[in-house]
Design a protein around this ligand. Structure first.
Ligand SMILES: [Ca+2]
Length: 306
């Protein structure tokens, strides 16, 4: 309103000098107010921009450090390759390198040969590996999960469309799995069941079913042979805690394991080849995680950044 009025006064040749300077003061004050608010907005925007830039730069640094973590993890592969046998199921790799202020890196190595390879229930030619399928049923049964889930998984993977169970061929992948995460896509597997089974399962197309008896946990050890019980599996664990197996045949030294020990050579071994490497890097509270599955020849079969 006042702007309109002063505007009218400027246009009026009879208006007084006092009125004119009063009007000029109001205009100046308005201009200053507008300028101040512009400057405040500008400073605010610069602050937002620089904070976004700093987050971006922290994220970039975290990403580079997580990648370095993967490289450091692969050094462990060299160690395992040279070793006669391996016996660590999970370990945090010690880190001697410093990545600068506000930065942190952890590297977790997990033995994938301590787990059951789901893909092994189907042969490369698409037929069923009955022995492996029975083993998976035994593993599930030990976890108090309906062993028929193994049949559902077989249908999920095998190339044919002949259901082993009602509806078990509906919306199936009909191909080998790439990652054990894919089990979450199977509607019949509840989140609870998934959480129960996933620690004991892995996915590989490369090896049939080599399980490291130095690192496998009870449900996986039970799957090694039709006559293997939970009690015998516990004996294996007690034995290896005192001295890890250098050779799978050494299980025959355990009482009650003589016959089984002679028959598990196809699936049991004592040196692992495949590992999950999880490197987690944090820079000023921004975290980046890289997960890979890599073997002792340093071939990477799976890579995920998050
Ligand atoms: Ca199928």
């Amino acid at each position: 309103m006042s702007i309109l009025r002063t505007g009218t006064m400027y246009g009026n040749p009879h208006s007084s000098i006092g009125n004119q300077s009063g009007s000029a003061l109001i205009v100046t004050l308005l201009l200053v107010t507008v300028l101040v608010s512009l400057v405040v907005n500008f400073v605010y925007e610069i602050h937002i921009d620089s904070s976004a830039l700093s987050n971006w730069s922290n994220a970039q640094r975290a990403s580079f450090i997580a990648k370095s973590g993967q490289t450091l993890g692969s050094q462990y592969m060299d160690e395992i390759k040279e070793a006669e046998y391996s016996y660590e199921r999970e370990l945090n790799l010690p880190i001697n390198e410093s990545f600068g202020a506000g930065s942190e890196l952890t590297i977790m190595i997990e033995d994938e040969n301590s787990k059951f390879n789901i893909n092994s229930i189907i042969n490369q030619n698409g037929s069923t590996n009955e022995e492996a399928l029975s083993s998976l049923k035994k593993l599930l049964d030990y976890l108090n999960i309906n062993p028929d889930l193994a049949l559902l998984l077989a249908d999920w993977i095998d190339p044919d469309s002949e259901p082993r169970l009602p509806y078990s061929e509906e919306t199936t992948k009909d191909a080998f799995l790439w990652s054990s995460d894919e089990l979450q896509l199977i509607v019949s597997i509840s989140p609870d069941t998934y959480e129960k089974i996933v620690p004991y399962l892995t996915v590989s197309e490369k090896w049939g079913r080599k399980i490291n008896i130095n690192t496998a946990e009870i449900p996986v050890l039970v799957s090694l042979h039709k006559d293997m019980t939970g009690a015998l599996a516990k004996r294996i664990i007690e034995y290896r805690e005192a001295s890890p197996f250098k050779d799978w045949r050494d299980v025959q030294n355990i009482s009650g394991m003589n016959t089984i020990g002679q028959q598990i050579g196809k699936t049991a071994n004592t040196k692992s080849t495949d590992f999950r490497v999880t490197s987690t890097a944090t820079v000023n509270e921004i975290t980046r995680v890289i997960e890979s599955i890599v073997d002792t020849s340093k071939t990477v079969r799976f890579w995920r950044e998050g």
